[in-house]
Design a binder for this molecule. Structure first.
Ligand SMILES: Cc1cc2nc3c(=O)[nH]c(=O)nc-3n(C[C@H](O)[C@H](O)[C@H](O)COP(=O)(O)OP(=O)(O)OC[C@H]3O[C@@H](n4cnc5c(N)ncnc54)[C@H](O)[C@@H]3O)c2cc1C
Length: 429
C-alpha cells in the first residue's frame, strides 16, 4: 500500500488528529508535537478544568518515566501529589513492600486527584508548540478513504466539521467514538464486581500508606492524596448489589467499618458524593489499523480494582509517539509503524489483561495466587516482587517465573515447618 506523505499540496489539515484531551490524548499530543507533528487535540468538553470523576487516581510506578518525560513531576510534587507506597491485606496478614536494606528505594508514582492532574496535563498540551487544543469538539465519525482512516467528523460550537489528518488517534476513553467506528477487532470480559468511591478529609492511614484489602472476592482500597484528601473505594461482588444500593451511604460505611484494621471513617468528613459504577466490563481492542491508533482506555479498559488505567494511558501514548513519531517526520512508513505500535501494545498489556479478566469473575484466589500472596505476606523479597508487578514494572511471566514460584514454595514450606515445630514445643511444655 502507498502511504500518504506530507507534501506542499498535502490535503491534510494536520499530521495527527486526536479525539479526547484526557491523560492519553494530552500525553500523545505533547510527545508527537515534540517530534515535529502538527497536532489537533479535540475535546468534547468546553471547560479547560474538566476532569474524570470516576477514578481513584493512584498512578502506578510504570507511569513515572512518562510523567518525567512530559515534565510534569515538579508540578505534581508542588501540587502535593503523594508518592504512592502501599500495603495489601490478605487472609495471611498484610503484605508490606519495603526497600531492600542498602538497596534502591521502591519505585513509585503518585496519588493525585484528577481535578489537579487533568487540567495540569491539558494546559501543558495546549502550551506545547505544534498542538492546537480544540475544546467543545466532539468526534462523531471517521473519514475513511481507500481502506484507511483519513480524518474525523466532529460536532463543534460552529456546527459540523471535517478534519483530515495522516493519523487519527482515539484517546476518547472506554466509550470511544473512534474505536466504535474503527475497523478493529475487540473483546469484552464481564466484571463480577461493582464499585463505589468517595473522598474524605481527616482520615489518616497507618504510616501514610495506601491500603488495599483482598477479601476474596470483595475488595476495598484507601489512598492518601494531595491536599489531605483520602479516597476510599469498595468493590464488592455483584451479588451484594441490590442490598447495597437500597441504602448506599449506610452500606458504604458499614463495608468500610467491617474491614480488617478499618480506617476511622466515622471520625472523618466526607467531602464528595459517593459515586460509582455497577457494570464495568473489561475491554481490549487491536490498537491500530491503517491511519488509526487507539491509546488509553479506548485501546484497553482494565478492571478499576488494579488501578492501572492512568499508567497505561500515559504509557500507550508514549509507545505510540516512539513508534509513529519518526514516520510522521518522514522517516519510514506510517502504517508499518502503527502495526509495530499495535504489536507492542499487545505484547506489553495482553497478559496483564488476561489475568485481570480472570480475577474479574469475582472469585476467591486460585491456588497459584494463594501461593504467591501468602508467601509475600511472609517474605520481604516476595513483597517487593509483588510491588513490581502491582506497579506494572514487570509482567505476568516474570511475576510467576519458575524462580519466583520456587521461592514462594520454599517460604511456605519453611513457614509450615516452623508452625509445626511451634505446636510441638507447646505440646511438650
Ligand atoms: C472507579 C474507577 C476507579 C479507577 N481508579 C484508577 C486508579 O486508581 N488508577 C488508575 O491508574 N486508573 C484508574 N481508573 C482507570 C482510569 O480512570 C482510566 O484508565 C483513565 O482515565 C484512562 O485515561 P484515558 O485518557 O484513556 O481516558 P479518559 O480519562 O476517559 O479521557 C478521555 C477524554 O476523551 C474525551 N472524549 C470522550 N469522547 C469524546 C469524543 N467523542 N470526542 C472528543 N472527546 C471525547 C473525554 O471528555 C475525556 O476528556 C479507574 C477507573 C474507574 C472506573
Amino acid at each position: 500500500m502507498t502511504e500518504p506523505q506530507s507534501t506542499e499540496q498535502d490535503p491534510c489539515d494536520y499530521d495527527v488528529v486526536i479525539s479526547g484531551a484526557g491523560l492519553a490524548g494530552c500525553a500523545a499530543a505533547i510527545l508527537l508535537a515534540r517530534r515535529g507533528a502538527r497536532v489537533a487535540l479535540l475535546e468534547r468538553r468546553s471547560d479547560p478544568a474538566a476532569y474524570k470523576r470516576l477514578c481513584t487516581h493512584s498512578l502506578t510506578a510504570n507511569a513515572y518515566p512518562v510523567l518525567d518525560e512530559l515534565g510534569l513531576v515538579p508540578a505534581l510534587e508542588e501540587a502535593g501529589a503523594v508518592r504512592n507506597e502501599a500495603r495489601w491485606y490478605t487472609r495471611w496478614g498484610w503484605i508490606v513492600p519495603r526497600a531492600a536494606p542498602g538497596g534502591p528505594g521502591l519505585p513509585y508514582a503518585y496519588n493525585v486527584r484528577r481535578s489537579v492532574l487533568d487540567p495540569l496535563i491539558r494546559s501543558r498540551a495546549a502550551a506545547t508548540p505544534g498542538v492546537e487544543l480544540l475544546p467543545g469538539h466532539r468526534v462523531t465519525a471517521l473519514v475513511r478513504e481507500a481502506g484507511r482512516t483519513a480524518g474525523v467528523r466532529a460536532s463543534t460550537p460552529r456546527g459540523e466539521r471535517e478534519i483530515r489528518a495522516r493519523l487519527v488517534v482515539g484517546a476518547d476513553g472506554r466509550e470511544s467514538a473512534v474505536a466504535a467506528a474503527a475497523p478493529v477487532r475487540g473483546r469484552s470480559h464481564e466484571n463480577g464486581r461493582f464499585g463505589y468511591l468517595a473522598h474524605f478529609r481527616g482520615l489518616p492511614l497507618p504510616g501514610g500508606l495506601g491500603q488495599t484489602w483482598f477479601l476474596e472476592p470483595d475488595m476495598a482500597y484507601a489512598f492518601p492524596n494531595d491536599d489531605g484528601v483520602t479516597v476510599l473505594a469498595v468493590l464488592p461482588d455483584k451479588k451484594r448489589l441490590p442490598a447495597f444500593r437500597a441504602d448506599l451511604e449506610g452500606s458504604f460505611l458499614a463495608f468500610v467499618r467491617a474491614l480488617p484494621d478499618a480506617p476511622p471513617v466515622d471520625s472523618a468528613e466526607r467531602v464528595s458524593k459517593i459515586t460509582g459504577t455497577v457494570d464495568y466490563p473489561l475491554r481490549s481492542r487491536v490498537a491500530a489499523a491503517p491511519g488509526l491508533a487507539l491509546i488509553g482506555d479506548a485501546a484497553l479498559t482494565g478492571d478499576p480494582l488494579w488501578g492501572v488505567g492512568c499508567g497505561w494511558a500515559l504509557q500507550s501514548a508514549h509507545w505510540l509517539a516512539e513508534e509513529a513519531g519518526p514516520a510522521l517526520a518522514g522517516r519510514g512508513g506510517l502504517d508499518r509503524s502503527l502495526a509495530r505500535y499495535a504489536r507492542r501494545h499487545r505484547r506489553r498489556l495482553a497478559g496483564h489483561q488476561w489475568l485481570a479478566a480472570d480475577f474479574a469473575r469475582s472469585r476467591p484466589f486460585n491456588p497459584l495466587e494463594r501461593l504467591m500472596f501468602s508467601a509475600a505476606a511472609r517474605d520481604e523479597a516476595l513483597a517487593r516482587h509483588m510491588h513490581l508487578f502491582a506497579s506494572r514494572l514487570i509482567g505476568p511471566l516474570r511475576f510467576l517465573s519458575p524462580a519466583a514460584v520456587a521461592r514462594a514454595s520454599r517460604v511456605n514450606l519453611r513457614h509450615r515447618a516452623a508452625a509445626r515445630a511451634g505446636r510441638g514445643t507447646k505440646g511438650a511444655a
